[in-house]
Design a protein around this ligand. Structure first.
Ligand SMILES: CCCCCCCCCCCCCCCC(=O)SCCNC(=O)CCNC(=O)[C@H](O)C(C)(C)COP(=O)(O)OP(=O)(O)OC[C@H]1O[C@@H](n2cnc3c(N)ncnc32)[C@H](O)[C@@H]1OP(=O)(O)O
Ligand SMILES: CCCCCCCC/C=C\CCCCCCCC(=O)OC[C@@H](O)COP(=O)(O)O
Length: 273
């Protein structure tokens, strides 16, 4: 039997792909990241018609959450959550969390409270099907290049939180940061909480460095701990108190992050359970 050129190419690809995947850490990294994004874009195709039935509505966030929850199993990432009790607050609140990578989506979906929407950069709205799904789920988009516009969107969000009983999730570092620490915090999340007079609940995701590193193109299986810290109240605070509030919350998060980073399996809390 004679093979055509196309068939030969297919055979070579089928043999080369798994070999490259196993031999090259970088190739594996690129494949896993490409599949991550591609799979989310594909899931969004399914989510869009389901969400469209309700129109733009924060309840649609549950649909996205449900559809994304299995991804941690595909990637062999074990997520341990601590501090669930700190989410036992009926009133709206602002969640602030560290932002290492787009993989944060996994930790976020693991604990996302009901009626909670993230604040995202406007560019995400144009990320094809994922952008449309986010819009339908009520994600709040801000233009980071236009501070005044971003502030007015967030001021409107403070009103919506109270009127419509909505919680908001903000990444106060304002960008992804995989440096092993926390960047200085932007102030928006804290102005938002003070304006609405609602608590700030800090969430810290442990460093991914054992299983994921963009610089080294490393992406293996691993474990991540997500800690929900006690809420910080803002009743009676004014905008003058925002810098101190932001510093205090960052201090709490940095302490938790450093503590979690120093924990290793078998040593202290967070080891093997
Ligand atoms: C199945 C299918 C699935 C599909 C798929 C699903 C995915 C479903 C999940 C998506 C998940 C997305 C996750 C995305 C994650 C990101 O996109 S992260 C990037 C976007 N997020 C952020 O930027 C964080 C929020 N940013 C901020 O809060 C920033 O403060 C702002 C509002 C953008 C302003 O930025 P800035 O000008 O660079 O920073 P900043 O120094 O903080 O502010 C300047 C001044 O304005 C003041 N200010 C700031 N905010 C305010 C305010 N609200 N009121 C009054 N004054 C204010 C500050 O106090 C400061 O004044 P001074 O203190 O210097 O006097
Ligand atoms: C037809 C257009 C096709 C567009 C293809 C875009 C591919 C994107 C595919 C899937 C989107 C996955 C949604 C992941 C959400 C995580 C968001 C995220 O991590 O955004 C980064 C942002 O926080 C900070 O941005 P920078 O670190 O400042 O940068």
């Amino acid at each position: 039997m004679e093979l055509s050129v196309a068939q030969w190419l297919l055979v070579v690809c089928l043999v080369a792909f798994p070999l490259l995947y196993e031999w090259s850490v970088s190739f594996k990294y690129f494949c896993k990241m490409a599949f991550y994004n591609g799979w989310i874009l594909t899931l969004a195709i399914l989510a869009i018609p389901i969400c469209a039935v309700r129109g733009r509505n924060v309840e649609n966030m549950k649909v996205l959450q449900f559809m994304l929850l299995h991804i941690k199993y595909l990637y062999g990432i074990k997520i341990e959550v601590r501090g669930w009790e700190n989410f036992n607050i009926k009133e709206p609140y602002v969640v602030v969390s560290n932002h290492q990578s787009s993989l944060d989506l996994l930790g976020m979906m693991e604990i996302l409270p009901s009626r909670c929407v993230p604040i995202a950069k406007r560019e995400l709205m144009y990320a094809g099907t994922a952008g449309l799904a986010c819009w339908l789920a009520g994600v709040i988009f801000i233009n980071r290049k236009k501070t005044d516009d971003a502030i007015s969107v967030m001021t409107e969000a403070a009103e919506t939180m109270l009127k419509e009983d909505v919680r908001v999730w903000v990444f106060p570092e304002g960008t992804r940061n995989h440096s092993g620490s926390l960047l200085p915090f932007k102030r928006g999340a804290f102005h938002l909480a003070v304006k609405a007079q609602v608590p700030v609940i800090p969430v810290v995701m442990s460093s991914y460095k054992d299983f994921y590193c963009k610089k080294e193109r490393k992406f293996t299986t691993g474990k991540c701990t997500v800690r929900i810290l006690p809420g910080v109240h803002t009743k009676g605070l004014s905008s003058d108190d925002v810098p101190e509030l932001a510093d205090r919350v960052r201090g709490m998060m940095l302490e938790a992050f450093s503590q979690m980073s120093s924990e290793r399996p078998g040593k202290g809390p967070g080891g093997v359970h």
